[in-house]
Design a binder for this molecule. Structure first.
Ligand code: UFG
Length: 332
């Protein structure tokens, strides 16, 4: 299939692009390189340096490439920032999606795979969280993801554009075959922060609270390997194109790991001391968040292969450790 991967030079986007290429699809990456990196592009994919806020660029990319599907990963994703700069998230995440849907409608593009998030659920009222759990986002980022899901629903109904909305839990790790060499810039997520501490770019890891109602007092999350996530995108596209039906599914490993467990695993695997200190709680952090991925398993035949904690940490360390000193890692 001819597929436009919007945000394909980013962390998750580059893994998804590699997966689709490996499965024989013809892929064009569309990215404004605001956080994506040129070094994440592949020679067997086309590249368009374009912006989702420029409708005519999206329409041209879809028309000229005779695109049948788009994978949409071009969103801002820093939860904390979304609460301070909602305007930025409204424009990029929501306006960008409306542009995408209108371009799809204008050019006859049939399928959209959308990067949604467990952030749509908000504070969980039961665990593991399945897709029937009420969606009450606690931050503006999660709100934008939920709104986009509603747009997708309406364009499906009115325009016949089928979608797969993939609610990622905590994406982590790097390509198990070492084919992605660009590191995330200014990360705020746990594993990349731990990696930057392990290789000396940061002085210490701040652990945001150790007085939660969990066995070791630190928050529990469901970490899912980015290669497993990438595979789900390809399977979801197969599903919606074969069945002519849209879907919304969780993507998680169904395993909870605490901040301290991730840190201890990283100390063991990297052999680095990784200094840490207990800091105050980060507002909006639920104590525990784990997924039920039953629906993805049964509808897509998806299963995780790389989402054990050791593989998550090992592949991250391989990506960071390829640079003698990750402070010197290239930014392009
Ligand atoms: N944490 C620290 N120190 C850090 C960074 C994180 O202690 O420097 C802790 C957090 O408090 C949390 C855990 O590590 O308990 C994971 O935090 P992340 O920031 O890595 O991830 P979140 O669970 O907050 O959010 C992530 C994505 C969201 C997504 C969500 C879904 O960033 O986009 O997973 O589960 F919505």
């Amino acid at each position: 299939m001819n597929i436009l991967v919007i945000g394909g030079a980013g962390y998750i986007g580059s893994h998804v692009t590699r997966e689709l290429l490996d499965r024989g699809h013809k892929v064009t990456v569309f990215d404004n390189l605001s956080s994506g990196l040129r070094r994440n592009l592949f020679s067997d994919a086309m590249f368009i340096h374009g912006d989702i806020l420029r409708c005519e660029q999206l329409t041209a990319a879809m028309r000229e490439g005779a695109m049948e599907a788009a994978v949409f990963l071009a969103a801002y994703k820093a939860v904390g920032e979304s609460m301070i700069k909602p305007e930025k998230y409204s424009i990029n995440n929501i306006t960008g999606t409306v542009n995408l849907l209108n371009a799809a409608s204008e050019t006859g593009l049939k399928y959209i795979i959308f990067s949604s998030s467990a952030a749509v659920y908000g504070e969980p009222s039961y665990l593991p969280v399945d897709e029937k759990h009420p969606a009450n986002p606690e931050n503006y980022y999660g709100f934008t993801k939920l709104e986009i899901e509603k747009f997708l629903f309406w364009y499906d109904k009115l325009k016949g554009i089928r979608f797969a909305s993939l609610r990622y839990f905590n994406a982590a790790g790097y390509d198990v075959r070492g084919r992605i060499s660009g590191l995330e810039q200014n990360p705020a997520n746990l594993l990349p922060v731990i990696m930057e501490t392990a290789c000396g770019k940061r002085k210490e890891l701040e652990i945001f609270g150790n007085d939660y109602d969990t066995p070791d007092g630190t928050c529990i999350r469901d970490y899912i390997h980015v290669n497993d996530l990438a595979a789900a995108h390809a399977l979801a596209l197969d599903y919606i194109s074969k069945n002519g039906k849209s879907l919304t599914v969780n993507l998680g490993s169904e395993t909870g790991s605490s901040v301290l467990e991730v840190l201890e695993t990283a100390r063991r695997i990297t052999g680095q001391p990784i200094p840490s200190r207990i800091a105050k709680r980060r507002p909006g952090d639920p104590a525990k968040l784990t997924a039920s991925a039953d629906l993805a398993r049964s509808l897509l035949g998806w299963k995780t292969e790389h989402s054990d904690l050791d593989t998550l940490v090992r592949t991250s360390w391989e990506a960071y450790h390829q640079y003698e000193d990750c402070r010197e890692a290239p930014h392009t």
